[in-house]
Ligand binder design. Structure first.
Ligand SMILES: [Zn+2]
Length: 175
């Protein structure tokens, strides 16, 4: 389960980052391993394994928000393959049968036994990074930290838009 639901990184209502604010911590109470807020995730800034940013740069050039669903899934799959190479893991399979542009990506998850990333709801770059970090075997806290830092580093413009969606996120969290 991905509590940091990246509904969208393009300015649509997104509960992901804005949802992780001090005023809205209750969504994390069920798991103390989740970071308490965004700042806890993002500071201090972190370094990434050599090759990570190169793989992300290639992904960025591919314009991950452009194209048909199938084309975008293809871009996501290539990124997972590239990052898996960087980290020396067997690339997790991606199950995209639950992709739905009208639904939240928050129910996406990584299934360790099958080494499978199940993408659900709308395609979300942050969610993909989050689930990939789980495939690396990271804890929930480190998964949040790795994926949010990496997203901010590579997509600063989209990141800023996310932080701006606070009120929308709270409404969504109350669903
Ligand atoms: Zn998670």
């Amino acid at each position: 389960m991905n509590p940091l639901d990246a509904g969208s990184e393009l300015g649509e209502p997104s509960p992901i980052l804005a949802g992780v604010t001090p005023s809205n911590r209750s969504m994390f109470h069920s798991d103390p391993d989740y970071p308490a807020d965004v700042q806890e995730c993002l500071h201090p800034p972190m370094c990434f394994k050599a090759g990570t940013l190169t793989a992300m740069a290639k992904f960025k050039v591919s314009k991950p928000w452009r194209g048909t669903t199938d084309q975008r899934i293809d871009k996501f799959t290539k990124l997972v393959a590239d990052l898996s190479g960087v980290y020396g893991i067997q690339p997790p399979a991606i199950d995209s049968t639950g992709v739905d542009a009208k639904a939240s990506s928050g129910s996406s998850y990584y299934m360790p036994l099958m080494n499978l990333i199940k993408l659900q709801g709308r395609l979300s770059v942050i969610t993909l990074l989050h689930e990939f970090a789980h495939a690396l075997g990271k804890s929930e806290f480190d998964t949040c930290r790795w994926s949010l830092n990496l997203f901010r580093r590579v997509f600063p413009t989209q990141f800023e838009k996310l932080e701006f969606q606070g009120h929308v996120a709270r409404r969504r969290a109350a669903d």
